[in-house]
Design a binder for this molecule. Sequence first.
Ligand SMILES: [Zn+2]
Length: 423
Amino acid sequence: MNVSAHRAFSLLKELAFERVSGSQAEERAANRLLEEARAAGVDAHLEEFTVPCGEVKYARLVVTAPYRKEYEVTGYERAESTPAGGVDLPFYYAETLLPVHLERVKGKAVLINGRLRRADYEKLRKAGAAAILTFSGSTIDRRNETDCDIRKLRETMTEPFGHAVALNMRAADAAEMVRRGAQQVHIELESICCDRVSHNVCAVIEGTEKQEEIVSFGAHYDSVYFSTGVYDNMSGSVIIMELLRYFAAHRPARTVKFNWFGSEEQGLLGSKAWTAAHAEELDRHVLMINVDVAAATLGQNAAPVLATEAAVGYVDALMHEAGFACQVKLDIYSSDCIPFADKGVPAINLCRFGAPGANYIHDRRDSLKSAYIDEKSLDITLQQALFLACRVVNAASFPIAREISGEIRDKVDEYLFRKEAKK
Ligand SMILES: [Zn+2]
């Protein structure tokens, strides 16, 4: 039995549907991955965990002065609702939230540039903004070819700073409001919080010689709203499925675990749940290999390593030996490797990023229809993953020290909001 990019890509096509955290579609994908792992003769099961979700019943934004116009908006999930009938507020565009802006936001509906980052949320809450408006997309979007993004107030924001009234709108509409000098807005929002269930798909193949040492493979299989997530990250999901098939047929010296994580897109919730539920075995983990985004036809390979410069040197040398073009570097990567590195497990990500102009992520363009991923290109990361996996899993003595450099530990802490970003 060898790996097959063709078989992997067929599975990817089968699972090319929206798979949002906590949805039935996400569960359907989990069950399909489970079935596939079991069909390879491997012991596999689902592990469920709770995710904080939300449902927006109603969201409305109307400019009432100096002109009147209703704009398309989406309410943030887990936002605060307005009183029934809505609220009327002065409007203010606060751009970058400099002190000069923050002096003027109190009691207003405040539009900021682009994405709502946690640091901005903190500033707006502390400065007393009455409602928060963000925008997504670009000012030249065609309405029938794009979506007004649905966003969520994550617990990393609401736990310390409470729930705010928050809406998202299209960039072109935000620009129009500013251009036309909007002064007063009417906002209505009904947003309820609820918990849903998400799943990790977990499989294990016992080692033949060094069972007590574990190498874990990971890939998230959820997607965001509107995205079929074929690039991000069914590509990685089907790659590690091929590795599972390979090791089912060629038993590894060390124990290998495979985890398809749910709810990664909502803040690495699946891998956080997994590392919490499996805390007692993390000491035996010698490495985690994560695959997140692959198969881009026009693209480039990268391998951020969350360990030490020595580990980078080892991975880089392997890539040279095998003739793989891959930029190996010491860095964090925003994916399920983070909770492992946080617990002291060295981690390597394998990614193939799309080149500019052929790289669509987190919206409806992450789709087979965009014709930017293909089977042959998926094989590039698959072969890199297989080569690296075989070398480490069967190494006589484990080649990567169980060590995370201070630089990476700092970046992980910053990523998890334990310390402020260095200015
Ligand atoms: Zn991803």
